[in-house]
Design a protein around this ligand. Structure first.
Ligand code: PMP
Length: 407
């Protein structure tokens, strides 16, 4: 992506023209959520303006149009992550719900007393707490693969933790707190060599690097629409067909059944077995449009551009006296976590906000990562393809201001 191409793409995001505290908005909180292009905003409006109705049940025209658009959205997700079949795509509320679904169905069915679930020390709370709850219910044990001071998974230690009792590995593809990209293909292979299924938390990865679930060979892959330029309230669980077929349903209700009587209910096949009730019709359709948009830009081009921007930002911010980078993995993307000696990250965030620069300060829903690195919190700038070098300069200038105020 050339600077001219990025300038053109920025024009697709109306919010990027807003001001904050009288300063042009510099939006660097993309790991929390990305902004939405006009195409997505228009798709939402178009649905509700011209063809909205509930799906699956209608013989009337609007219901058929909405159903067709919803079905097409599922196929767009399928193609986006290269799933074998659209039956392997379950629409959920978000990445968190996708992980909980696997915990409550696959987990309850396959994990018993003394069994182990292996995660890593760099997980988001949403890939920790559902497993902890399951372990508590079942008397199972949560194991944690360690990371280095740089924020890289220790692969040898991970491999040693894959044991007889390990029933599932659940790990993050791209860390939201550190930006580390895990060598997931290798990690899946190591688990599969012992017949252990693997769930990958792709919440951050899907918007930054091309994802091919067949090449990764993971059993489950999860992500949210709102971090992929789509709306909130929609997310995706990918599961291998044979895994999903073998799992019991989760929530019961309409749409997930074949027939119901008071004596006996039979369930729909996948994906509908896991989609009880009226789904987020608009969310799914708008996510499909967001995926079209991202694919037009091209994930390979996005990855290259963001890598260059991250390396520029890393260089610039490291030059500020007193700044320390957190998360310096060799393979990383899009996340610049840092601390300034003697300044609380929340103060950094507040002062940057006064300059129009939106970043996040805190534990990033990854408290165990902070504990591991002996930090209360970090300041985190996170990039999208619409960010520019000029915005990095604005970030760095604001960080200099912080440094001068406190230094
Ligand atoms: N995993 C990771 C790595 C994340 O960054 C996030 C969102 N911050 C989640 C899971 C949870 O996503 P959501 O809140 O959209 O369900």
């Amino acid at each position: 992506l050339t600077p001219a191409a990025v300038a053109q793409l920025r024009a697709d995001f109306p919010i990027l023209g807003e001001s904050v505290h009288g300063k042009p908005l510099v939006y660097l909180d993309n790991a929390a959520s990305t902004q939405k292009p006009q195409a997505v905003i228009d798709a939402i409006s178009r649905l509700y303006t011209s063809y909205y109705a509930n799906i699956h049940r209608g013989v009337h025209q609007l219901s058929q149009l909405s159903t067709a658009a919803h079905d097409e959205a599922r196929r767009k997700v399928q193609r986006f992550i290269n799933a074998r079949s659209d039956k392997e795509i379950i629409f959920v509320r978000g990445c968190t719900e996708a992980i909980n679904l696997v915990a409550q169905t696959f987990g309850r069915q396959n994990i018993g007393p003394g069994d182990e679930i292996l995660i890593t020390a760099m997980e988001h709370h949403s890939n920790i707490v559902p497993w902890q709850m399951l372990c508590q219910e079942k008397g199972a044990v949560l194991k944690v693969a360690p990371i280095s001071d740089q924020g890289e998974l220790l692969v040898d230690a991970y491999e040693k933790l894959l044991g007889e009792r390990t029933k599932l590995v659940a790990l993050v593809h791209l860390s939201n707190a550190l930006g580390t990209i895990n060598p997931v293909r290798q990690l899946v292979e190591l688990a599969h060599a012992r017949s252990i299924p693997v769930l990958l938390d792709g919440a951050q990865a899907v918007s930054h690097i091309p994802v091919d679930v067949q090449a990764l060979d993971c059993d489950f892959y999860t992500f949210s629409g709102h971090k992929l330029y789509g709306p909130t309230g929609i997310g995706v669980l990918y599961g291998k067909e044979e895994r999903l077929e073998a799992m019991p349903p989760w929530q019961g209700g309409g749409d997930m059944i074949r027939s119901v009587s008071f004596e006996k209910t039979t369930f729909s096949g996948i994906p509908f077995k896991f989609e009880a009730g009226t789904p987020d019709i608009c969310g799914a359709i708008a996510l499909g449009v967001a995926i079209d948009y991202v694919q037009q830009v091209g994930l390979a081009a996005i990855a290259d551009y963001e890598a260059e921007l991250l390396s520029y930002a890393t260089e610039q911010i490291q030059a500020v006296p007193g700044v320390r980078l957190i998360g310096t993995a060799r393979e990383k993307a899009s996340v610049l976590s840092f601390v300034i000696d003697g300044v609380h990250p929340h103060d950094i965030g507040t002062i940057l906000d006064q300059q129009g620069v939106a970043i996040r300060a805190g534990h990033h829903c990854a408290q165990p990562v902070m504990q591991r690195l002996k930090l209360p919190a970090t300041a985190r700038a996170s990039f999208a393809f619409y960010n520019t070098r000029a915005e990095v300069d604005a970030l760095v200038a604001a960080v200099y201001t912080v440094q001068e105020m406190f230094g």
